[in-house]
Design a protein around this ligand. Structure first.
Ligand code: GLA
Length: 382
């Protein structure tokens, strides 16, 4: 979190401002152990827990189903909290109809064309669940799995380790993939996500998080007034099935140019063939910094009305910006309000979609003996 936010929180607490949905006041310091409560049960009786974390003025609720961020609360410039992530109030809704709200995505974030790829001369057929394509790991991806959760308090950080082992052949992917994701809230209120995975056979992997953000608060309407900046001079145009063509196209002179912050709604209705195909923005930006050893700043999202901002840093080479194009008013969030097209957006740090079939894209292959490691940090301010 940035300095000005800390000052605001301290100021709000001093003034007794505590307009929160959790009923507490804003805390500028934390370090308290995450709290576990029963959220609901799956049809087979499996208990699903909700873990509540709070640190540095940020509050997070995480489900053992899908590692889902069910709620992410941050203050605005007057210290008023809002849940800035779209989701549901019940486990039944998550199981029945979630478009990946808040979930961990694996084994492969975004699409693999026709669900096919060849690795070391072997052909693999994945679960196909999006027309002809395999999307977000197939019909039962990591978003629909029950994760083992271990809470921790380490120095001034609080967090959760989430574990899931995907068996050899699951959804068509080779190798037993042992996955560990760590959600950390730092004393500055940053939300950090560390992904780790190992395999016992050569495979492909591309993990990400599918939180739908609306910095004005979920259920508050469109994100078209949010300003977005993405440090990318190129993006990967797609075909009609939203599979990259392989081209790295320049953003200059197109609606895809977010190098300087601009309102998302400014160009979203430009009749550009790529916007028409995707019904808005649903593309992978090729981050100028490339793959980096450490997370580097790649995007800033800002809601001018509330003053809330979110900065994203990652060591990944790509960022999928999805403008909530498929939300159609049929899903109701915890606020009791429906989500219409563009009422929330996703910023998914990743390797590029369909990399297993695009030899020129950075490789997503993981081999036995290697450890997959990526990190994404969300810094909130106001
Ligand atoms: C990703 C994809 C979108 C869509 C959403 C979920 O962001 O790129 O095309 O599938 O997930 O609805």
């Amino acid at each position: 979190m940035e300095l000005n936010r800390r000052t605001v929180i301290a100021g709000a607490a001093a003034a007794g401002v505590a307009a929160t949905t959790l009923g507490g006041t804003a805390h500028a310091t934390g370090g308290r152990k995450p709290v576990k409560t029963l959220f609901g049960k799956l049809a087979d009786g499996t208990k699903i827990y909700s873990w509540s974390l709070e640190n540095g003025g940020t509050r997070l609720k995480v489900l053992s189903y899908g590692g889902i961020v069910q709620s992410l609360e941050i203050p605005d410039r007057r210290g008023r909290y809002a849940n800035v992530s779209a989701g549901f109030a019940t486990i039944d809704d998550y199981v029945a109809k979630s478009p990946y709200f808040g979930a961990l995505i694996g084994r492969y974030g975004n699409r693999i064309g026709k669900g096919k790829f060849t690795l070391d001369g072997k052909n693999y057929q994945l679960s196909v669940n999006d027309g002809e394509q395999s999307l977000h790991g197939g019909a039962k991806g990591f978003d629909k799995r029950v994760w083992d959760i271990e809470p921790f308090v380490k120095g001034s950080d609080v967090g959760l380790h989430l574990y899931y082992t995907s068996v050899d052949g699951e959804m068509g992917y080779p190798g037993t993939l042992k996955t560990k994701v760590t959600y950390t809230l730092t004393r500055h209120g940053d939300w950090r996500v560390d992904y780790e995975a190992t395999t016992d056979k050569a495979t492909v992997v591309n993990l990400t998080s599918h939180v739908y953000f609306n910095l004005a608060g979920e259920g508050s309407g469109t994100i078209e007034d949010h300003e977005l900046q993405i440090a990318a001079s190129r993006y990967t145009p797609t075909d009609a099935g939203l599979i990259p063509t392989g081209e790295l196209a320049k953003v200059a002179g197109t609606p895809f140019d977010f190098r300087k912050a601009k309102p998302i709604g400014r160009d979203i209705r430009v009749s550009h063939p790529q916007l028409v195909t995707a019904k808005g923005f649903d593309h992978n930006w090729v981050l100028d910094k490339g793959i980096t050893a450490r997370p580097e700043h790649v995007a800033t999202l800002r809601d001018p009305a509330s003053g809330r901002t979110m900065k994203i840093a990652t060591n990944e080479p790509g960022l999928q910006f999805y403008s909530g194009n498929f939300l159609d008013g049929t899903l109701t969030g915890p606020s009791g309000r429906t989500y219409r097209q563009g009422d929330a957006l996703c910023l998914e740090t990743q390797h590029f979609p369909d990399s297993p079939n695009k030899p020129k894209f950075p490789s997503t292959v993981l081999r036995p003996g290697q450890t997959y490691r990526t990190t994404t940090i969300h810094t909130f301010g106001c």
